[in-house]
Design a protein around this ligand. Structure first.
Ligand code: ATP
Ligand code: MG
Length: 144
């Protein structure tokens, strides 16, 4: 578990994820992709919530094999529509005006979705819980 309240914490979370992924047996490229997932979720904690935490969990499943769970937990504000937030160029309510200057192009969660096999959002105690799972070489056609 890594508490994420400032930029430096994002580095810590990313490095922990790299180390853990490598130890779980993920390849170099997969490990870097997991590092990206953690970076995006952790950056969102700073940018959109008032900080939070990243939880990393090695997983074993009889069918899926070895995986790594990445969960971002915050205390809100809640994401109004996770479905919309997943879309590139959208915040949690709709498309972002491309002429408005802002940080990022709102493709962070889309990136997380593309680099993981399972992704879910729930609201717990007025905050967000975003859970992602990346498996090592999942069987074909099993993408959640
Ligand atoms: N932890 C969070 N708490 C509250 N809202 C969030 C959180 N994470 C994401 N969001 C909402 O979901 C939207 C989409 O997130 P996403 O990471 O895709 O884009 P972004 O952070 O705005 O830009 P980018 O990640 O490309 O720099 C955000 O604009 C924000 O409205
Ligand atoms: Mg983001």
């Amino acid at each position: 578990v890594v508490a994420v309240y400032e930029e430096l914490d994002v580095f810590v979370a990313r490095n922990d994820a790299r180390r853990l992924a490598a130890r779980c047996g993920f390849g170099r490229r997969e490990t870097e992709e997991i590092a990206l997932v953690v970076t995006e979720l952790a950056t969102n904690l700073i940018r959109h919530a008032r900080g939070g935490e990243i939880r990393l969990q090695p997983l074993r499943d009889p069918e899926r094999g070895t995986g790594l769970g990445v969960t971002a937990v915050d205390r809100g504000p809640v994401i109004r529509s996770f479905e919309i937030a997943l879309l590139d160029g959208h915040d949690d309510v709709g498309r972002i005006d491309p002429t408005v200057k802002r940080k990022g192009i709102a493709s962070g969660l889309g990136c997380v979705q593309r680099l993981t096999h399972e992704l879910s959002h729930s609201i717990v105690d007025g905050g967000n819980v975003i859970s992602a799972v990346r498996w090592i070489c999942p069987p074909k056609g099993t993408r959640a």
